[in-house]
Design a protein around this ligand. Structure first.
Ligand code: UD1
Length: 421
């Protein structure tokens, strides 16, 4: 079984270049199917979720090539809307094919999307907005099928804010007949980036980044080139890794403007930062103040994806911190694992109460992508050796994590073999 071995307690210092954004590139890869030429995605992160999307794209007939960090997607010969279960089961983002492959092929069959175990993660909003655009959708035991000769524009108010459902709606509306008006939309930067890609390909979209998005359907989209923006969650993860070990880390290309809520918490803990020609220069040497209360929320609030990494930092701070998770109901497994490292964490409903102190190395298990990254942060801060099982969860979203941590002066390695070896 693979695992990370971390020898903790070393100071980290240096620079990390922030990779392209996972949550931008995944919907953009699906959206590429709306056009019939070749899309070029520069600075595409080489992470497991991208590789899984690549397999899905190949299985429906797209030609995929890498040229350096540029992913070339030739979508001329896409011929089927059937997505093999083996891939869809692995990732939540297979749901994005609803908004792109359905308009492209007129039908789609996909099994229920898999992904990280952080809660129920239903897809009802995705289905509802597509139905409002004229899709006929039915479910069976394996997943769902959808049919639509031509989607039409609609007015739809999301009953709950959803990043993915907003993205699916915008994709589907881009080539639908007529105009669509969506309200109570999510405002995450990744939606703005997806819309920028769609506009480069000829879509007519207004209002992205606000709660109201208007899309005027165009007959067809054309090929486009797009540079994937930096990943705010990866930047936030390295920020909190630095905070956990009281290091000094410069985050090259970090999207500081998308990290306001995160930097606010960082500063309140005693972290210092400045932005110098596109680099977020951070200094965590004075971190020491616990976080009295923070809750996760839709953007521009504190991101749920950084809840576990923040909990790892709080576990190193003397005094009481409280974090309320308001987006996903079961995103606490990393906290349970951190208890094995001596973290004084108590869960009360959707609130984590953390009375920090010293962490010590232990054998722990990653259960989801960001929780896994949080355990890396905790392991680096802990005294002694930490073993993290299932690093493949972390591979889903982090490019060259071991290499980056090693360059910063941390001691981390990845090994295969029996747990008692
Ligand atoms: C996206 C991000 C993920 C992040 C999350 C919240 C991607 C690929 N993933 O996930 O990293 O943690 O936003 O910022 O961009 N919900 C429903 N019905 C639905 C859809 C969602 O009830 O049809 C609920 C979810 O269970 C959750 C909440 O809405 O409680 C928000 O989920 P959503 O914004 O859709 O998250 P994702 O798009 O899956």
């Amino acid at each position: 079984m693979e695992r990370y071995i971390i020898e903790g307690g070393r100071p980290l210092e240096g620079s990390v270049r922030i990779q392209g954004s996972k949550n931008t590139v995944l919907p953009v890869m699906a959206a590429a199917l709306l056009q019939r030429g070749t899309v070029c995605l520069r600075r595409c992160p080489k992470i497991a979720d991208v590789r899984c999307m690549v397999e899905i794209l190949k299985s429906v007939g797209a030609g995929i090539r890498w040229r350096g960090d540029c992913l070339l997607m030739d979508c001329r010969h896409v011929h089927t809307g059937e997505i093999p279960g083996a891939y869809a089961d692995k990732m939540r983002s297979s749901i994005f094919f609803l908004g792109s492959l359905l308009p492209r092929c007129g039908r789609i069959a996909v099994s229920y999307p898999g992904g990280c175990t952080i809660g129920k993660r239903p897809v009802d909003l995705h289905l509802a907005v597509l139905k409002a655009m004229g899709a006929r959708i039915w479910e069976d035991s394996r997943g769902f099928c959808a049919l639509a000769d031509q989607l039409h524009g609609c007015r739809y108010r999301f009953p709950k804010i959803s990043v993915g459902a907003t993205e699916n709606a915008v994709m589907a509306a881009a080539t639908a007949r007529g105009e669509s008006f969506f309200s109570n939309c999510a405002r995450e930067p990744e939606i703005v980036h997806l819309c920028r890609f769609l506009k480069l390909a000829g879509a007519d979209i207004r209002g992205e980044g606000t709660t109201e998005i208007r899309v005027r359907g165009v007959r067809k989209l054309h090929p486009a080139e797009f540079t994937v923006p930096a990943d705010r969650i990866v930047a936030g993860t390295y920020l909190f890794i630095g905070a956990a070990v009281r290091g000094k880390i410069s985050l090259e290309d970090a999207p500081a403007g998308e990290l306001e809520a995160v930097l606010d918490v960082y500063q309140k803990m005693g972290g210092q930062y400045e932005v110098k020609s596109g680099t977020l220069v951070t200094d965590s040497s004075r971190i020491g103040t616990p976080v009295p209360y923070v809750e996760t929320a839709a953007y521009p609030g504190f991101p749920t994806d950084l809840q576990s990494p923040l909990a790892a930092v709080c576990a190193t701070l003397a005094g009481k911190s409280r974090i309320r998770e308001k987006i996903f109901e079961d995103r606490f497994r990393a906290a349970v694992e951190m208890q094995k490292m001596g973290a004084a964490i108590r869960r009360d409903g959707n609130v984590l109460e953390i009375s920090g102190g010293r962490l010590r190395g232990a054998g722990v298990c990653a259960w989801d992508l960001r929780g896994g990254a949080a355990l890396v942060a905790a392991g680096l801060a802990a005294e002694g050796r930490t073993e993290i099982l299932h690093p493949e969860y972390i591979d889903r979203g982090y490019e060259q994590l071991e290499k980056n941590i090693t360059l910063l002066g941390g001691k981390i390695s990845r090994i295969c073999g029996s747990i008692n070896a």
